[in-house]
Design a protein around this ligand. Sequence first.
Ligand code: VGL
Ligand code: ZN
Length: 205
Amino acid sequence: MRALVLVDLQNDFMPFGSLPVAEGDLTVGVANRLMGSFELVVATQDWHPRDHGSFASNHPGSKAGEITMLGGVEQVLWPDHCVQNTPGASFHSALDVAAIDHVVHKGTNREIDSYSTFFDNAHGAHTGLDAFLKERGVDEVVLSGLATDYCVLYSVLDAAELGYRVTVVRDGCRAVELKTGDGDRAFASMADAGASIIESSQLLR
Ligand code: VGL
Ligand code: ZN
């Protein structure tokens, strides 16, 4: 049994959002087309409290892009984004939300970030997604969404480590690229971890 996992297709990661991902909006149509090919569709939402420790605004004197420590691990400081129950945290208005079976929230603990949709960045707490998928007999996950070099990357690495067969839809993803090439390096790391990197056309055939 396989499941589609749509990662963080939220307004704040779109080109008009507070943590903009170039061409992020182009992934929404890919997601809508993919959903029809899956029996089980999970969507994730980055879902931060306003006082979240990944926000530069909560570290007086610091700026977005700087690195600090949070929850015992290195943390990039970001602009405020995906604050719970704000428009920025909502799914892009063009996303076919009626086709989503289950939503996973992550990044809810102010003391630690959670790029992965399975565990927080210190691998301390589960989000519950692994149990949800295993209860439904899922052994293969297909991931698509934002951002290639953060939440998609870490979700894929954890999925592989948890024993899932993992496929990533390249044209359904876009990268933040704090450093040029981060997106390509992320795809290389995912492939090294055993993930198959494909184009959506290969699934939709
Ligand atoms: C993400 C940075 C901060 C992501 C989330 O969804 O890739 N990136 N929070
Ligand atoms: Zn975040």
